[in-house]
Write a protein that binds this ligand. Structure first.
Ligand SMILES: NC(=O)c1ccc[n+]([C@@H]2O[C@H](COP(=O)([O-])OP(=O)(O)OC[C@H]3O[C@@H](n4cnc5c(N)ncnc54)[C@H](OP(=O)(O)O)[C@@H]3O)[C@@H](O)[C@H]2O)c1
Length: 328
């Protein structure tokens, strides 16, 4: 059995820096190799984070037999192609969210991973954070009784710079795939269900991607979610869960360190679950745990959950007329 997991990083952009920085909190992990299509970016990244190897193309990274798992951190549009490259080379993958631009791409990857028995997981880090885990347990223990309504928003303000992945259609831009996936995942985690009916409205950019949007999900047994996302204005990043006995407010719900339970009796309790670093260590720990146990899928965040969210985003995008080159 391997003692230490050697990580390879594919794409050396913004999020990759945060992820590898958090590997310092993951026992038995090392950043072994990085690959960037931009030689200088890759070299700087490798120097800063002490990677042993640096490659200027992704093929050489996946061919390196010392790499135990590849973390994919390119823009959404490349996730399908990059994950396929890894799976073809029999490399386990932790791929940034969204796993793919659409459910069709995701299904193809899932089928290959399962058929070849290779670990694959979407890096939906929120699910693995201590506060989220505690919250999910509180909900299932009935702390606020049956939960009925979730409201969650994720709006940030990104400048409209040419080529920005937040506005460039060919890079899979749009608030829904970038930020909305957090609100939908959160709602699915809390209700532990998949939506049965979906509706929503979006304001599109002149490239035809969703700049901001609101959407509603209806689940079994009268459970509802009211969600929103934006790349052109900031919202509080809060989630509120309303139940029979009170409500829970989750601050910075996509990377929470605390939440407050307000009971109808007037009782108020704040649960604090602080963590070091950015919080990406917990998804890495889960990926390593799966690898060491020869699991090809996380039981905490199985691929079916990823697929269901992409089916929801596919539905909304179709309603709004948001189509990406990947969809063809
Ligand atoms: N989990 C989180 O909290 C979180 C936060 C932010 C982003 N993300 C996800 O991580 C992914 C990357 O986001 P990011 O902000 O890190 O992106 P980024 O810095 O803009 O780009 C990441 C990498 O993608 C490649 N790339 C970017 N634009 C390209 C282009 N026009 N043509 C070819 N390659 C290009 C580059 O790879 P090379 O280095 O090989 O050139 C770049 O280093 C996205 O899918 C996003 O959803 C997750």
């Amino acid at each position: 059995m391997r003692n230490v997991i050697k990580w390879g990083v594919l794409g050396c952009g913004n999020i990759a820096q945060k992820f590898v920085s958090d590997l310092q909190y993951v026992d038995n992990s090392i950043l072994y190799a990085v690959a960037s299509n931009n030689k200088e970016r890759g070299r700087k990244f490798a120097n800063k984070y002490n990677a042993k190897k640096v490659y200027s193309n992704y093929n050489n990274l996946v061919k390196d037999e010392n790499v135990d798992i590849v973390y994919i951190a390119t823009t959404h549009n490349f996730h399908y192609k990059n994950t396929l490259l890894c799976l073809d080379a029999n490399k386990p993958v932790l791929c940034e969210k969204p796993l793919c631009v659409n459910a069709k791409e995701a299904q193809l990857l899932i089928d290959i991973a399962k058929q070849k028995k290779i670990f694959l997981m979407e890096a939906m880090w929120t699910r693995f954070l201590p506060a989220t885990k505690h919250l999910i347990k509180d909900i299932s223990d009935g702390v606020i009784g049956k939960s009925k309504l979730i409201q969650a928003d994720f709006g940030i303000k990104k400048p409209r710079i040419k080529g920005s992945r937040f506005y460039e259609k060919k890079l899979g831009a749009g608030a829904l795939l970038d930020l909305g996936v957090y609100t939908i995942n959160f709602s699915n985690f809390i209700f532990d269900l998949q939506p049965k009916r979906i509706s929503g409205f979006a304001k599109l950019t002149n490239q035809g991607t969703d700049e901001y949007a609101i959407y509603n999900l209806e689940y079994q047994n009268g459970r509802l979610a009211q969600l929103s996302s934006s790349v052109s204005f900031v919202t509080p990043h809060e989630a509120r869960i309303y139940g029979e006995k009170g409500k829970i407010v989750v601050y910075d719900f996509y990377h929470p360190q605390k939440y407050t339970v307000y009971l109808s009796t007037g009782e108020e309790t704040t649960i604090n679950k602080p963590f070091q670093g950015f919080g990406y260590q917990f998804e890495a720990i889960e990926a390593q745990r799966c690898l060491l146990k020869n699991k090809i899928e996380s039981a905490v965040f199985p691929l079916e959950k990823t697929l269901k969210v992409l089916k929801t985003t596919d539905f909304l995008r179709k309603e709004w007329g948001v189509k990406y080159p990947n969809d063809d």
